[in-house]
Design a protein around this ligand. Structure first.
Ligand SMILES: Nc1ncnc2c1ncn2[C@@H]1O[C@H](COP(=O)(O)OP(=O)(O)O)[C@@H](O)[C@H]1O
Ligand SMILES: [Mg+2]
Length: 358
């Protein structure tokens, strides 16, 4: 009965689940094996590790061999990626990230991206949030040829399409089940390096070298998909807003990033594969509230805060019209006249940001 039900379930999954994989699940998770591996690196014998973790000597030897292969493979990948990136020396990859939602990641990706494009830079936006807000702004929502392809490791991988959405501005659409795809990668030892590999493999085919900036928008979390974005990035920009826990969010992200950096390193040189520099952006700052004043006091001498952006209804208005604030002002003379001063200020703030991420 159980066997029949299991087989039925498997058959159902096989026919209904595009990411179904055959095979026995691993007895020990990657984390358990990694812990054992670290003990081995510290000089413990297989026997001692077996006693401490319950992982048999045979399993240790087999899985450690896989790790060594993987490390060699990863470090080759890393150096190859760095070499390719060096050829496109001026290109910057920037990820907008925050553990909290609603702080302005998508708004800033869109507005900074369009500002750069309007200043003659060639920009590619990548929507890595399964909520696909950025993709929706440009009305490019779909299920095929999205960034999801970078996270599949089966034979049915399609090509990723790049849409031109404005002069100098391109987009790779997001995928509404990207989170599902991310959780399916859990047992994959390369799970945080998928985008890294994809960039390396597609740099020429998709002519990614042409871009001065690649801006990646992410979901409010620190999960597998977001870690993939962090691993390929030169800079991380994280908006913090005036709220009770606004400033704590800063420490939270710093701690998580530090941990991630330590988990992904070349074990021979001790060098981390994650070399993104983290900057914060004060966002939605009001001029007359205690919380805004508190936040401003906290970040006054903070070198890691790249710029501070006030709260302005214009951002909401522009997004609702599927445009950046600059695009909206260009199209609508009244908007331009009413917001002339703020548009000049925004111009300066984005310039300030660009001076940090160079
Ligand atoms: N500086 C700002 N002033 C006013 N509203 C803003 C500002 N930045 C973002 N918003 C608004 O806040 C809401 C959340 O922003 P969004 O970019 O979607 O956040 P996230 O991507 O971090 O979830 C949106 O309605 C957006 O228009
Ligand atoms: Mg968003």
């Amino acid at each position: 009965m159980i066997v029949t039900r299991t087989q039925e379930g498997k058959l159902y999954a096989k026919t209904h689940d595009p990411y179904f994989k055959e095979g026995r699940p691993k007895t020990y998770t990657d984390e358990q094996i990694q812990f054992a591996y670290e003990l081995r690196q510290q000089g413990m014998t297989y026997k001692m590790i077996a006693r401490k973790t319950g992982i048999s000597i045979k399993t240790q030897q087999r899985r450690f061999k896989q790790i060594n292969c993987l490390f060699n493979c990863l470090s080759m990948l890393y150096y190859e990626y760095r070499r390719i990136r060096k050829e496109a020396e001026t290109m910057k990859i920037i990820t907008f990230t925050a553990i909290k939602g609603g702080v302005g990641k998508t708004t800033l990706t869109l507005n900074y991206g369009d500002w750069l494009a309007k200043h003659g830079k060639k920009v590619l936006l990548v929507d890595l949030d399964h909520q696909c807000n950025l993709t929706t702004v440009f009305e490019k929502t779909r299920r095929d040829n999205t960034i999801a392809e970078a996270f599949k490791d089966d034979e049915e991988i399609q090509r990723v399409n790049i849409d031109n959405v404005a002069p100098n501005l391109d987009l790779i659409a997001g995928f509404i089940d990207l989170d599902v795809l991310g959780s399916r990668l859990e047992n994959n030892s390369n799970k945080e390096m998928m985008l890294f590999m994809w960039f390396k493999n597609n740099m020429d085919a998709l002519n990614l070298n042409q871009y001065d900036y690649i801006l990646i928008d992410t979901h409010p979390d620190f999960g597998t998909i977001t870690k993939n974005a962090i691993a390929v990035s030169d800079y991380l920009l994280s908006p913090i807003t005036p709220s009770e826990h606004g400033y704590n969010a800063k420490f939270d992200l710093e701690t998580r990033l530090d941990k991630f950096k330590k988990s992904l390193f070349d074990y021979r040189t001790g060098e981390t594969y994650v070399d993104a520099k983290l900057y914060f952006i004060g966002n939605m700052i009001k001029h007359n509230t205690n919380m805004s004043r508190d936040l401003l006091n906290h970040i006054a001498d903070d070198e890691t805060v790249a710029t501070v952006i006030p709260e302005r209804e214009l951002f909401n208005k522009a997004t609702a019209k599927h445009a950046s604030i600059f695009e909206l002002a260009q199209k609508d003379d009244l908007v331009y006249k009413q917001n002339k001063k703020f548009l000049e200020q925004a111009n300066q703030l984005f310039q300030e940001l660009s001076n940090k991420v160079k």
